[in-house]
Design a protein around this ligand. Structure first.
Ligand SMILES: *Cc1c(COP(=O)(O)O)cnc(C)c1O
Length: 393
């Protein structure tokens, strides 16, 4: 891998390995196993598999390896391990590291399933968990005491789009000897500077922007070679969270267009968010690169663009929000994000339904809140559709 290549080039060429046929598109090795030339070779491989030697697809697969190498090259990480879903990645990043008696500090504003792992599962195994308001550096400072094993956070939270000041939090964690694990889905790999800002481990749901066309589940954990091969791989290869080679191949092809898609989607998201701020039916528009965002300066300094998602708080609560959703023509009501197709979600009654009303309120998830994932359609078509739906409601 040429270190001078920019990220857009790495997305197309990173990790490539060609077979003896010299295929242009990455080969899809849809195989669970690998044949050995001799009993001695099988024995040697079980003692130590070298970089391009495989044993069983739960441990590794050549197509999966291209995907892992490509995303590691993009992020500037030493190594990566791909998983069956984003949640398999989050779970393994924590479970492979933690043991009874350890302590984890996490921001409270988490994706529902991440919250389940940290709030419900970890304490069952004797891990002490402490939640903080991720936007408040003083709470991190107070909670991350020496001996804390890990800090977990989403760099940009869903759906309230709050940022964590990663440089500061990583500094606090380093002082306490804690590993920093960042769920970076909303920032996307395109704007990610998580390792540069001090993260030790970065986790993605590849289901979102990396596939980007709503086809497959997938995930990936990135970090130092020591962590990925020494801590994470033994856990994952024996517990079965491996990605299908087919899904890894889809993700690889998704990566080729990731930069183009995410930049176009983010430009549209900014434009739509700016215009909608002027609509009478709206209480507020939440988007990191709007000057009205409470962490605007942090968002400007830490993210090159504002991301592909914004949230709208419409006047009139849930009834009004439902009327808007039902009046939309081009936007689809669904719960994925980062897709080529634009998607709207009502978090309070779907993705965050499980939380109580009080918890939702503390996370800024009001009854009128609509999360909008902006796709690659024409921006004016999207704007017109949202505007007419807000008028109709
Ligand atoms: C979607 C998502 C996940 C889980 O990913 P899956 O691929 O659905 O398992 C985890 N964290 C965040 C922030 C997400 O958006």
């Amino acid at each position: 891998m040429d270190k001078h290549w920019s990220s857009r080039t790495r997305l197309v060429h990173g990790g490539i390995r060609r077979s003896q046929y010299g295929e242009m598109a990455e080969a899809l090795y849809l195989t669970q196993g690998f044949a050995y030339d001799s009993a001695e070779q099988a024995e040697a491989r079980f003692i130590k598999a070298e970089e391009d030697e495989y044993i069983y697809a739960r441990y590794g697969n050549p197509t999966v390896r291209i995907f892992e190498n490509r995303i590691a090259a993009l992020e500037g990480a030493e190594d990566a391990f791909a998983t069956a879903s984003g949640m398999a990645a989050v779970n393994a990043s924590l479970m492979s590291l933690l043991k009874a008696g350890d302590r984890v500090v996490s921001s409270r504003a988490l994706f529902g399933s991440c919250l389940y792992i940290i709030e419900n599962l970890l304490p069952r195994f004797g891990v002490e968990v402490r939640f903080v308001d991720g936007t408040d550096n003083s709470q991190w400072m107070e909670a991350v005491t020496p001996g804390t094993t890990a800090v977990f956070l989403e760099s940009l939270s869903n759906p309230a789009l709050e940022l964590v000041d990663l440089v500061t939090v990583a500094g606090i964690a380093r002082g306490a000897g804690a590993k920093v694990i960042v769920d970076n889905v909303f920032t996307t790999p395109i704007y990610s500077r998580a390792f540069e800002f001090g993260a030790d481990v970065v986790v993605y749901s590849a289901t979102k922007h990396i596939d980007g066309q709503g086809r497959c589940l997938g995930g990936v954990v990135l970090g130092s070679r020591e962590y990925i091969r020494g801590t994470l791989e033994p856990y994952l290869k024996h517990t079965g969270g491996a990605i299908s080679p087919f899904n890894a191949w889809v993700m690889l092809k998704g990566m080729e267009t990731l930069d183009l898609r995410v930049r176009a989607m983010s430009a549209s998201a900014l434009k739509i968010a700016q215009v909608l701020e002027g609509h009478d039916s709206i209480e507020k528009v939440i988007y990191p690169h709007l000057p009205s965002h409470p962490q605007y300066s942090l968002a400007k300094s830490s993210m090159e663009q504002g991301g592909t998602v914004f949230s709208l708080d419409v006047k009139g609560g849930q009834d009004a929000a439902f009327r808007v959703l039902n009046a939309l023509d081009l936007f689809t009501i669904s719960n994925n994000l980062g897709d080529a197709k634009s998607i709207v979600t009502h978090p309070a009654t779907t993705t965050h339904q499980r939380l109580g009303e009080e918890q939702r309120a503390s996370l800024g998830i009001t009854p009128g809140l609509i999360r909008v994932s902006v796709g690659i359609e024409d921006v004016n078509d999207l704007l017109q559709d949202l505007w007419q739906a807000l008028d109709a409601a």
